[in-house]
Design a binder for this molecule. Structure first.
Ligand code: B12
Ligand code: SF4
Ligand code: SF4
Length: 338
C-alpha cells in the first residue's frame, strides 16, 4: 500500500531502531508541535491546501528549535550531548516513538491523537546519547467512532490504522510524481496540496484543536489556505516556481506536480475563469503531465473543444493525446446530454 515511496519498503528493524540512525543513541525525546492555523474560509475558487502546509517549511522551522533544545539540555544538565534532531525526514516510525513517549494514541485514521490538542501536530525527535527515564505510553481510544473511515473521499482507510497510500489524496497530490489516476481525479475535489478530511471530521479536533502558537505556521507566513489556480497555472520554469514557493512545504511535489494538482482542482470546481490559463498550459507547458491534466480539466469544465481539437493536431506525447481524446469524448457526451 506504500505506492512508490521506496523508503517505506525498508525493513522494519531499520524503521523501528533509532540506533540505526545514531549508533550512540540511548533515548528518543519525542515532541509534538501544533501547527493548527485555524479552519479554511469558504472556497471562492482556489486550490485547497492542507493545514500543515499553510505556513513556512516545518522541517527548517522545527530543526532550528531542536538544536536550541539540545543546547538548553546541555546547559541544564551540564553535560555534552551527542544528538540528532529531525522531523519527517528520516526512516523512523515517528508516530510509534511518539506513542511510546506518551504523546498520544493511534486514531483509526492512523494519525496520532493527543487528548488535549487533537491531531493537528507535527512530531519531532531528538535522538540523544543520554539515558532518560521513559514516560508512560500514550493511551486513548476512538470508541465506537468511525467517521474518518466513513468520510475519506477515496476510501483509503482500509482498516483501523491502515491507510492505502495509493488511494490517499495526500499521497496523490504530494509524493506522487505521475498522473493522478483518472478514476480518482473527481474524488480529489478541490484539494491542491494534501488532504485534511480524516482529521476535520475527527471529534477530537472539533473540540480540542487550538491554534498553534508558532507564527511560522500561520497562513500569513506562507501560501495560506488556498492557491490562486490561475496564478499557479502560469508558472513555466523551476526558477519561477522556487521564487514563488521556496521556503514553504509546497515545493515537495515540484512544479509539474503542483500544476497537475491545480488542473484537477480547477476541473472539479468547474472553474470557468481558469479556462484561458488551462488552454495556455495545454499548448505551452513543457511537462506532458501538466498538459494531460489541463486537457482533463478542460473536458470537465466544457466549452473548450476547439482548443482541445487544435492541441490534438500538435501534441506528440501519446499519453497526452489519449487524455485529449478522452476530454473531447467527455465534452461530446455532455453536449449530447445537455
Ligand atoms: C509515509 C508518510 C505518509 C504517507 C502514508 C501515511 C500512512 N498513514 O502511513 C502519506 C503520503 C499518505 C501521508 C499522509 C499524511 N501525513 Co504523513 N507521513 C509519512 C511518514 C514519512 C511515514 C509514515 C509511515 O511509516 N507509515 C507506515 C505505517 C505502517 O506507519 P504508522 O502508521 O506509523 O504505523 C503504526 C500504526 O500502524 C500502528 N498500529 C499498529 N497496529 C495498529 C492497530 C490499530 C487499530 C491502530 C489504530 C494502529 C496500529 O503501529 C504502527 C507502527 O508505529 C511519517 C513520518 C515518519 N517518519 O514517521 C509522516 C507522518 C505520519 N505524516 C504526518 C502528516 C501530518 C500527514 C498528513 C496529515 C498530511 C496531510 N494533511 O496531507 C496525511 C495524513 C494521512 C493519514 N490518514 O495518514 C505526520 C503525522 C502527525 C500525527 N499527529 O500523527 C507524520 C508523523 C510526520 C511528522 N513528523 O509530523 N503520510
Ligand atoms: S488524508 Fe484524505 S484521502 Fe488520505 S486517508 Fe485521510 S481523508 Fe482519506
Ligand atoms: S474520526 Fe473517529 S475513528 Fe477517526 S480518528 Fe477520530 S475518533 Fe478515531
Amino acid at each position: 500500500m506504500a505506492a512508490d515511496m521506496g523508503y517505506m519498503h525498508r525493513p522494519v528493524e531499520l524503521l523501528s531502531d533509532p540506533r540505526k540512525l545514531q549508533k550512540s543513541a540511548r533515548s528518543v525525546v519525542s515532541l509534538g508541535v501544533s501547527y493548527y492555523p485555524g479552519d479554511h474560509p469558504e472556497n471562492e475558487g482556489g486550490g485547497r491546501v492542507a493545514r500543515y502546509a499553510w505556513g513556512l517549511d516545518y522541517h527548517e522551522v522545527i530543526k532550528g528549535r531542536l538544536f536550541r533544545l539540545r543546547e538548553e539540555l546541555e546547559e541544564e544538565l551540564d553535560v555534552r550531548i551527542k544528538a540528532r534532531g529531525f522531523t519527517d525526514a528520516v526512516p523512523l516510525l515517528e508516530r510509534s516513538a511518539a506513542q511510546h513517549a506518551g504523546l498520544g494514541f493511534f486514531g483509526r485514521n492512523s494519525c496520532l491523537i493527543n487528548d488535549e490538542i487533537g491531531s493537528y501536530f507535527f512530531i519531532a525527535d531528538l535522538i540523544l546519547d543520554l539515558d532518560l527515564d521513559p514516560d508512560l505510553p500514550g493511551e486513548g481510544t476512538c470508541g465506537r467512532c468511525t467517521r474518518c473511515m466513513d468520510r475519506c473521499p477515496t476510501g483509503a482507510i482500509k482498516a483501523p490504522g491502515v491507510v492505502d497510500a495509493r488511494l490517499c489524496i495526500s499521497y496523490l497530490t504530494i509524493e506522487n510524481r505521475e498522473e493522478i489516476p483518472r478514476d480518482l481525479r473527481q474524488k480529489v475535489g478541490d484539494w491542491a496540496f494534501g488532504c485534511d478530511v480524516c482529521q476535520e471530521v475527527c471529534p477530537y479536533n472539533k473540540t480540542k484543536a487550538s491554534r498553534s502558537r508558532w507564527p511560522e505556521f500561520s497562513g500569513e507566513a506562507g501560501s495560506g489556505p488556498y492557491l490562486e489556480i490561475e496564478e499557479v497555472l502560469k508558472i513555466r520554469t523551476d526558477e519561477e516556481f522556487e521564487e514563488r514557493f521556496g521556503g514553504t512545504p509546497l515545493t515537495r511535489p515540484g512544479r509539474a506536480g503542483l500544476l497537475r494538482n491545480c488542473c484537477v482542482a480547477a476541473g472539479n470546481l468547474k472553474l470557468a475563469k481558469a479556462v484561458p490559463d488551462l488552454v495556455r498550459a495545454l499548448r505551452e507547458d513543457p511537462s506532458a503531465l501538466v498538459r494531460g491534466h489541463a486537457a482533463w480539466a478542460l473536458g470537465e469544465i466544457g466549452g473548450a473543444e476547439e482548443s482541445l481539437g487544435e492541441a490534438a493536431e500538435t501534441e506528440r506525447d501519446t499519453w497526452c493525446l489519449k487524455e485529449i481524446g478522452l476530454a473531447l469524448a467527455d465534452g461530446t457526451t455532455d453536449a449530447t446530454l445537455g
